[in-house]
Design a protein. Structure first.
Length: 191
């Protein structure tokens, strides 16, 4: 073999050894540092429908009426004393789809003359890479005739990228609940 061939073989062997032991160096132009942001068009129809601003409060919530107290008792003197029965309802507000959803609940009890108690809580569920977050529910107004709550939620649709990261399209929602002394209630949404 001539000197040129030996020198070329040695250079190739050194290059292979270096490439196997040294980490690869790439410029910032060839390897993106952040995956591209998801656009509305990247989302599936199911994800898009979950993020629409058209949820409806559950329509059958008035069926959940539970009497919790007596309506009358007979006293020791044989007289009938009438007391207001206490009834409780648990309306909920659902947003999303089977891919990602949140539900806000408020249980309130009333007598017809007053709201006697209330409490709120939230549930959520999602299938990866989608997101559903509950940011809290709180009572911000309470009188004997009305209790009001505000609930905060975030629903997001995700896309798995070739880099393993998830890019999210997220939207925050506010839901407002009002419960009255006669058992009337309403949910409204603000965006």
């Amino acid at each position: 073999m001539n000197k040129r061939a030996v020198s070329l073989a040695a250079s190739i062997a050194a290059g292979l050894t270096l490439s196997l032991t040294a980490p690869a160096i790439a410029s910032a132009e060839t390897v993106p540092t952040d995956p591209p942001a998801a656009t509305w068009e990247d989302l599936s129809p199911e994800q898009q429908s979950s993020l629409q601003n058209t949820p409806a409060p559950d329509a059958d919530q008035d069926l959940d009426v539970e009497p919790t107290g007596p309506s009358s008792v007979i006293g020791a003197d044989g007289q009938v004393a009438y007391y207001a029965s206490t009834y409780c309802k648990t309306p909920s507000y659902y947003r999303g789809s089977s891919l990602m959803w949140t539900r806000d609940y408020v249980r309130f009890c009333y007598t017809g003359g007053a709201v006697t108690s209330s409490s709120g809580w939230q549930t959520r569920g999602y299938i990866f890479p989608n997101v559903a977050k509950n940011a809290g529910i709180s009572r911000y107004y309470a009188t004997s005739s009305t209790h009001k709550y505000q609930a905060k939620n975030t629903i997001g649709a995700g896309i798995v990228t070739p880099w393993g990261a998830v890019t999210l399209y997220e939207k925050d929602f506010l839901h407002y609940f009002t419960g009255g002394k006669t058992g009337s209630w309403s949910w409204t949404a603000a965006y």
